[in-house]
Design a protein around this ligand. Structure first.
Ligand code: G6P
Length: 608
């Protein structure tokens, strides 16, 4: 979703800002803009569409200056036009604001400001902020910003410049991420480390209520009371290459192929072979606390919800705890029942998904002990959780989540093991899972050899505008995830269904043209799935089965068979999802879709 970059230093600001915006393009946006202080005042340029268009315009009409702020916008209040793009200005054109998040009382504030004589040019909530700062009392820009924000309800990460105070950028955070990047004689502000990593790895993550002032001399951070809260300096632990294509055609493709490595990184140092256990110190749960748990609630959105659906099977099987999996956005509005003795697991690749964040807050208020399974280090969900498991999968740039999914499964499996071993799971059973999990990276490598085959199959399925994905048990969420991948990147309509539910409705959809992808590895439930596949066969669907090497039981029923290596029953989703990711990728390419920037989607959804 929206991205903020700001810069103050000795070099020209324009290229730094444009590079920063390009580094955040993956997040999803529909317009972009910059404001640069050029010595005589603020110069603002905004464009609907790609950052490239803004960059081309600026190359032809450059703005000099060594400090500026810039933004990519994903429309919420008002359509994606150049006018609605950020920065937004006050009545005088002297105050420029870029903003991530949503101002919930924007309408009330707009009415109030109109009554005081302010004129608005757009319906955006961000423009309200600019006028509010103009209207606020204060000797300095930071005082004005602080006074204005006192009236604001909602979430924001903002960066503000003013023609009056030409030596500073003021930034503030409440519920939407903001970090400072500390370079040699230059300082950055950004909503995403990707925007600054090529310049510096030293960052400070602001906390809610913080205001920071960037100037040519450096920076100051102030908390709500105006004191220095002593925020620590963190390091970005990945290289700029991690967010570059490195020879691949798309980030989605690169990230699919990175999975043997990203999974190794998730497992590194955590598997305890002798004990059949997983070392998860970051969870911050004692054996006693684990022993007292009565249930587990998993919260997430999109792909993270799907991994939670698989994780439920892991935790139930290994830790003998009942598990519920909820869409974070729905959980928020449940009756406030007590979550005492409940372990709440919030799963999020980005660590910034607004619904997941709000759900975990609601869960904590109800007495749940909340842990996070998060990829983005230092993200809000990671910091708000009591403890958690970092994926260490490296930055995920493709909007369609791939490597985060497999790493989430590995993390959930280790969570199941860790809880299980403290709740009666035998060493032998634990060892079996640990051994199988440690072999997964090598098996993933083998599974990725299916790439050519999936590209060939994609040719057969690329024209279809509908598809069904079926699975049972641990394979049902894999079917959901396969269908989601196809929808996201190829815009084909796809539904995931529990295979046995087919006969209760969706079977009506099946005709000779309908592709039906069945996830059916060799497991206890396999023979039941065979009957479900026969039901499809009898009605003429085009069947593609993903099953285990050596299993020929569906060879005569399916039109196409894709074989993945054998593994422990519980672990099959880590392998069966791979051909589905590849299929969606190749179909999207054949359909001419913008694989890494699918229409209307955002990588990190920071609004409700
Ligand atoms: C967005 C993304 C999805 C992602 C979901 C949850 O919708 O496009 O790919 O699965 O958000 O994101 P999270 O960062 O919380 O895992």
């Amino acid at each position: 979703m929206c991205g903020i970059i700001g810069f103050i230093g000795a070099r020209p600001a324009q290229p730094v800002l444009i590079d920063g915006l390009q580094r955040m393009e993956y997040r999803g946006y529909d317009s972009a803009g910059v404001a640069i202080q050029n010595g005589r005042g603020l110069r603002v340029r905004k464009r609907r569409g790609r950052v490239r268009e803004l960059a081309d315009h600026l190359s032809a009409n450059p703005i000099d200056g060594h400090m500026g702020i810039a933004h990519t916008r994903w429309a919420t209040h008002g359509p994606p036009t150049s006018g609605n793009a950020h920065p937004h200005l006050d009545c005088t054109g002297e105050i420029a604001v870029v903003h991530n998040g949503i101002i919930e009382n924007a309408d009330t504030l707009r009415t109030l400001l109109r009554d005081r004589g302010h004129t608005f040019l757009t319906p955006t909530d961000t423009e309200v902020l600019a006028h509010l700062i103009e209207d606020a009392e204060g000797e300095t820009l930071e005082e004005q910003v602080r006074a204005a924000l006192r009236l604001v309800e909602g979430a924001y990460g903002i960066a503000v410049m003013s023609g009056e105070f030409r030596d500073r950028i003021v930034v503030a955070r409440q519920g939407s991420p903001v970090l400072l990047g500390l370079g040699e004689g230059e300082t950055f502000v950004a909503s995403d480390p990707a925007a600054v990593v090529e310049h510096t790895r030293s960052v400070i993550y602001l906390e809610d209520g913080d205001i920071a002032v960037l100037s040519p001399e450096g920076y100051r951070v102030l908390d709500r009371e105006g004191n220095d809260p002593g925020r620590p300096t963190d390091s970005i632990h990945w290289d700029v290459e991690a967010i570059e294509l490195g020879g691949y055609a798309h980030f989605m493709q690169k990230e699919i192929f990175e999975q043997p490595e990203s999974l190794c990184n998730t497992l590194r140092g955590r598997l305890v072979f002798d004990e059949g256990d997983a070392h998860l110190g970051g969870l911050r749960l004692t054996s006693g606390e684990i022993g007292h748990l009565r249930r587990v609630l998993i919260l997430g959105c999109g792909t993270s919800w799907h991994s939670g659906m698989v994780g439920r099977h892991f935790i139930e099987a290994l830790a003998q705890l009942p598990v519920e999996v909820e869409y974070a956005s729905e959980f928020r509005y449940h009756a406030p029942l007590s979550l005492k003795d409940c372990l709440v697991v919030a799963i999020s690749q980005s660590g910034e998904t607004a619904d997941t964040l709000a759900a975990m807050k609601a869960a904590r208020e109800r007495g749940g002990r909340v842990v996070g399974i998060v990829n983005a280090v230092g993200s809000t969900i990671a910091r708000e959780a009591h403890g958690g498991i970092y994926l260490h999968a490296g930055p995920e740039v493709g909007v369609a989540s791939t490597k985060a999914f497999t790493s989430q499964l590995a993390a959930l499996l280790m969570l199941g093991l860790h809880l299980g071993r403290r709740r009666g799971l035998s060493v032998e059973d634990g060892r079996e899972v640990v051994a199988a999990l440690s072999r997964i990276p090598a098996l993933l490598k083998r599974t990725l050899r299916l790439d050519d085959e999936m590209a060939r199959l994609a040719l057969l399925f690329a024209e279809a505008d509908n598809a069904l994905y079926l699975g049972r048990g641990v394979s049902f969420p894999v079917a959901l995830e396969g269908a989601l991948k196809l929808k996201e990147v190829s815009y084909a309509h796809a539904e995931g269904y529990p295979a046995a539910e087919l006969k209760h409705g969706p079977i009506a959809l099946i005709d000779d043209d309908m592709p039906v992808v069945v996830v059916a590895p060799s497991d206890q439930i396999f023979s039941k799935v065979v009957s479900n596949v026969q039901e499809v066969r009898a009605r003429g669907g085009r069947i593609l089965v993903v099953t285990t090497e050596g299993n020929r039981d569906l060879a005569t029923v399916a039109d196409h068979e894709v074989l993945v290596p054998e593994t422990h029953e519980l672990l099959t989703p880590l392998l069966t999802v791979i051909p589905l990711q590849l299929l969606a990728y190749h179909i999207a390419v054949l359909r001419g879709c913008d694989v890494d920037r699918p229409r209307n989607l955002a990588k990190s959804v920071t609004v409700e």
